[in-house]
Ligand binder design. Structure first.
Ligand SMILES: Nc1ncnc2c1ncn2[C@@H]1O[C@H](COP(=O)(O)OP(=O)(O)OP(=O)(O)O)[C@@H](O)[C@H]1O
Ligand SMILES: [Mg+2]
Length: 360
């Protein structure tokens, strides 16, 4: 999978710009605040339909403009594909080869893995970040997962509303219906996440092992245990949901289910969240992301686009070298403030950005 061309109109600090990318390594350089991350973010947006840094698309529109447009030409297992997102203040339009499509069909046409210093959150923050990682990653390759997730979220919202209103009007029958539906979609999500982690975990461990030169053991596992089959998972979830009904009614929200899932990350047997140093956490997050590229490759038969935003300065020299070696056989978009010495002599396309414009 490669992105050949990216066109930005009124996106962030870009008025109009065309980027042409090589199949291998592409290095975006420029001083601070010139638009390197913005460019990387645009690529990521076309892959996931989501922004990296914000909740509201509005901020993606260049100040003073009415709408932003991101368009890309890609070459992948689907052949040549054109993707386009037009972002307005309160809505957006998504196009695949010129045809307007729904978000659920937009995702997965271009896959990417994004890594930036902020990815430390994956290890150090609460469960939200790790669920986000699972959702974004699995969603890119599984339409079933995307559908189950959006239905689950809808039912969860309805169940929570019902729980809140139960103080003055308790409706057990409707709650039974929501419980049943919640367990059904939850089971699909739980099954996929566990399958995903079963593949991710050994890959990430082995990458972490080599990035740390054998000094550290990384292990990842999901909280709780469930049967392997969807039917069994659903039954177990239904029992858990029923058992927590009284508590849920008291609290006014749903306290069990995949919206509370977490990945347990440990390094050398210790919980990484509480104990890992910055460098350990950074390397663990990087290992998880690189493992994700391998999963994409296995599932889709082609490597995703790897976006490395500002990571070179964060790693020591041996790790930088190992990282560069590891990314040779995929398309990589790498940003840095100046061409690092470790990058000298490495075959790549260099793009220099200044104030929202390509200058070289
Ligand atoms: N909606 C917007 N309209 C206009 N400018 C924006 C908008 N959103 C962000 N910017 C500007 O884009 C500029 C470049 O941001 P970007 O994050 O891409 O910088 P960068 O080149 O990655 O810098 P650094 O090296 O510091 O990470 C910032 O100065 C920011 O103010
Ligand atoms: Mg940046």
């Amino acid at each position: 999978m490669v992105i050949k061309k990216l066109t930005l109109d009124n996106f962030r600090n870009y008025e109009h710009e065309d980027f042409v990318f090589d199949e291998g390594l592409n290095i975006l350089t420029g001083k601070n605040a010139q638009g390197k991350t913005n460019c990387a973010e645009a690529v990521f947006y076309l892959c996931t339909g989501a922004s990296l840094r914000i909740r509201h698309d509005k901020q993606l529109i260049r100040r003073g403009a009415e709408f932003a447009r991101i368009a890309a030409e890609t070459d992948s297992r689907f052949g040549k594909v054109k993707l386009e997102a037009v972002i307005f203040e309160n809505k957006r339009e998504l196009y695949l080869n010129g045809n307007k499509i729904r978000p659920v069909d937009f995702l997965g046409n271009m896959n990417s893995v994004f890594f930036s210093p902020g990815e430390l959150r994956l290890i150090q923050d609460g469960p939200d970040e790790r669920r986000r990682f699972l959702n974004l990653s699995i969603s890119q390759t599984s339409r079933d997962y995307r559908v189950a997730l959006s239905r689950y979220q809808r039912v969860l919202e309805q169940r929570n509303n019902l729980l809140k209103s139960s103080a003055y009007r308790f409706d057990a029958e409707t709650l039974d219906v929501w419980d049943e539906q919640l367990a059904e979609y939850a089971a699909r999500i739980v099954k996929k996440r566990r399958e995903f982690l079963a593949v991710l975990s050994p890959l990430a461990s082995s990458l972490h092992h080599s990035l740390t030169d054998g000094a550290e053991e990384l292990s990842l596992c999901m909280d709780g245990s469930y049967p392997a089959e969807e039917e069994g998972i659903k039954e177990k979830l239904l029992r858990e949901i029923s058992a927590s009904r009284e508590r849920d009614l008291r609290l006014g929200f749903t306290t069990v289910g995949p919206h509370r899932d977490d990945i347990r990350v440990s390094i050398n047997g210790q919980d990484a969240r509480g104990y890992a140093s910055q460098g350990q956490a950074r390397t663990a997050a990087l290992s998880m992301k690189l493992a994700e590229t391998e999963i994409f490759r296995t599932l889709t038969g082609e490597a995703p686009i790897l976006i490395l935003d500002d990571v070179m300065s964060e790693l020591d020299l041996p790790r930088r070298k190992r990282l560069l070696k590891g990314v040779k056989d995929l398309q990589c978009i790498l940003t840095c403030t100046h061409a690092e010495r470790v990058l000298y002599g490495v075959e790549s396309r260099r793009i220099r950005i200044q104030n929202g414009k390509i200058v070289e």
